[in-house]
Design a protein around this ligand. Structure first.
Ligand code: ZN
Length: 374
């Protein structure tokens, strides 16, 4: 049985958010009018919506086997590792088709390990043991992902998840590069992600202990150098430049959708003031969006980042497969309670960001106040 994590308690502490009359809830932009005192009082009397939903999800988790809770996702990550030896061998082929298959296999495996793996590891979703969770975080984030585990967890868990869409805290503004033109930002700059990532990791080391700095630099170097060494000694690359170029191509293969997904699911939705933030269930249902299922991205990025992002923000400790399993219950519950369950297609979001780039990615976002439930 899965131990009860911190987040369950977080769900229980959400008291007094709703009364089942959410159809009456008014969504207003700041400055429209004051909220209803009465609704606020009613909300306090009833059991919180988050508590009720948490109980439904908790029941499903308890009834699920280890295989469902962690096994499936651990197996996908293990399969990505097992793809690496054939990928290195294929990259040694002089035949264009086999070589291309090697690049593709290496790129997909790298995306699985560095997006799905680092994300689940940062949430501690790969193991019930704290020590193993820490080990996997360092392994996936630093060795595979060339980033600092501490900075990754701080940025993703303690800021993005804790303060989703709260201005100045978890408002996804770290993804904004307003001086870049939209075409460059959306389609060209992401290709530099593999180069920028270790540099940002270095910048984050400032102010940390010497032991932590040395550990992170050693782990990041180990990840980068081992791939380089294997390309030279196993795949038989003749020049350092060609090996480095191959690394860049494989590592940047999914950079464009990676940047897209990070901005599509939060930016442009409701943003909240740090002083008047809504209860968690309103914050997550108004500030998070699901993309539809996508065969490639489901496997490489994981359900929690694609088609179950709402579920992931409500229950961030669930593995990708568990997010998928609880999705029908969560979507039905939110719909019944007349809460938003936001979904949009990848192309529709891309179209929106391309045509409203200034408004979404350059200008400061407007603040929403969920009147009556804050
Ligand atoms: Zn997350």
């Amino acid at each position: 049985m899965q131990s009860v994590p911190e987040e369950w308690r977080e769900g229980r502490d959400e008291g007094g958010g709703g009364d089942g009359k959410m159809g009456e809830m008014l969504v207003k932009r700041k400055g429209d009018s004051e909220g209803s005192e009465e609704m606020r009082k009613n909300g306090g009397e009833e059991e919180s919506l988050m508590m009720e939903l948490t109980r439904l999800v908790q029941k499903m988790v308890k009834e699920s086997s280890w295989w469902e809770r962690r096994g499936i996702d651990c197996s996908i990550l293990a399969a990505a590792f097992l793809c690496l030896p054939p990928a290195f061998l294929l990259l040694g082929s002089s035949h264009v088709m086999w070589f291309s298959a090697g690049v593709l296999l290496m790129g997909v495996a790298h995306a699985v390990l560095t997006v799905k793996g680092t994300h689940l590891a940062s949430h501690g979703a790969l193991s019930e043991s704290q020590a193993w969770a820490k080990f996997w975080a360092v392994f996936f984030i630093e060795i595979c992902g060339s980033f600092s585990a501490r900075a990754g967890i701080q940025g993703h868990i303690k800021m993005h998840h804790a303060h989703t869409n709260v201005i100045g805290l978890g408002d996804s503004s770290v993804w904004k590069v307003p001086f870049l033109p939209r075409t460059v930002y959306l389609f060209i700059a992401p290709l530099a992600v593999p180069i920028i990532t270790p540099l940002v990791a270095l910048a984050h080391l400032k102010g940390h202990s010497l032991a932590h700095i040395v550990r992170t630099i050693m782990m990041v170097t180990l990840g980068l150098y081992s791939q380089y060494w294997l390309l030279i000694h196993v795949s038989g690359f003749l020049s350092p430049l060609s090996a480095l170029l191959c690394m860049l191509v494989c590592r940047a293969m999914f950079s464009v959708p990676y940047i897209h997904v990070n901005i599509f699911q939060h930016i442009g939705l409701h943003m909240f003031s740090p002083t008047r933030r809504p209860k968690r269930i309103y914050q997550m249902t108004h500030g998070v969006l699901n993309l539809p299922r996508n065969f490639l991205l489901d496997w490489t990025f994981g359900h929690s980042l694609i088609n179950c992002h709402v579920e992931h923000h409500l229950f961030p400790f669930l593995s990708d497969h568990m997010c998928l399993k609880v999705k029908p219950v969560v979507s039905k519950y939110l719909t019944e309670k007349k809460l938003p369950y936001q979904q949009d297609s990848y192309l529709s979001r891309l179209n929106l960001f391309f045509h409203k780039y200034q408004e979404l990615m350059v200008f400061a976002p407007p603040i929403t106040e969920l009147v009556g439930v804050q």
